[in-house]
Ligand binder design. Sequence first.
Ligand code: HEM
Length: 405
Amino acid sequence: MASHRVPEHVPPEMVKDFSLFTSPGMERTPNGDPHAAVACVHDGPPIFYSPCNTRDGRGTWVITRAEDQRRLLQDTETFSSHRSLFASALGENWPLIPLELDPPAHGAFRSLLNPLLSPKRVIELEPAIRDRAIALISKISASSTSCDVMKDFAFPFAVSIFLRLLGISDERLDTFVGWGKHLLHGDGVKRTAAARTILAFIDELAATRRIKPADDFMTFVVQANVDGRPLRDEEIRGMGVLLFVAGLDTVATAIGFDLAHLARNPKEQELLRSEPDRIVLAAEELLRAYSTVQMIRVATKDISFEGAPIRKGDYISCATMIANRDPAEFERPNTIDLARKDNRHTAFASGPHRCLGSHLARREIVIGLEEWLSRIPEFRIKEGTAPITFGGHVFGMENLILDWS
Ligand code: HEM
């Protein structure tokens, strides 16, 4: 539980007062820029110890260089991904699948799921994604010259696509957004309650699909075999819950940060509007500059990494928002250059757990930006309002009121 005590094996000179949860700029901040706030770590060593760097106040080692993060994420024997991120909120210990399985077990499940979110599958989904974007934006533009992008576009857009994958109708969209917010950003009590609700929902959906199959993710999972046997209930839960958590707010948040950037940079906004072919490349730069996910690994043995005495059981943070602003990896990392070439960012991670939904996420972001820019004239942040940003395991934006009157 919450203890900011530095373990005895950590040399005091390796401790740094930095946290993705509590450092300046990481709390809920009007007009905040949590991505700029991480830049300070690049003035320091390649690894340091942060005494309070998880939601429940645990300390982690922090890897600051992109190259070291890549090396560490490949070494799954030494740095395990099993940390019961979700189950721990219930006092339980089962893995999200495939995220919290290490190779070789990881491979069997990953191969099973790959076709469901492959580039080919995403091409098939594209017309539905575009229709959804157009419907939401047309409704906004027909009724107003201002809206809260997060509430009126980014969340309903991303969540409805992912509900479609799971095989759930849009009617309960608001309920799902609420569960996700409590789970990812709520306090302990709300988090546990949301975890229980989501679990009960996934169990019920799996039971329904066993009796009444449909053309959706849950039906696929309850009918699937791995290593020649059907999936166990716990494995079905692990997959259903992961898809729920992974797809719920990552895409919406990316769209929010992207439109906030364009609202503050009218020339870039106009360039992308008049030359939409630039959007694919621009979206990659925005993914780099506004990366949102912190990955955590657990040491399986004592090891020295870049001079740090890591002990078995220690947590290690590989934050994409840190790697993607590393000056050793990117020229002028804090300049957002929408035409940046050779952009080897790791917003979707690297190594075996590289994001399974990255093809879908990329298409959603690009289509969302294309349709927004072609339907909404020059927009800015509405006077007298301020987007509220926050740090944490997944960086986020609470509101974004745009105005084009
Ligand atoms: C902009 C949007 C997204 C970002 C930035 C993102 C980022 C990431 C990152 C950094 C990881 C690695 C986590 C770790 O190793 O600890 C990951 C894994 C994963 N993501 Fe995403 N993600 C996004 C959207 C999605 C979507 C839309 C889906 C599904 C529909 C998805 C499904 C997954 C799954 C299943 C994994 C686990 C893969 C494995 O363990 O093999 N993600 N994502």
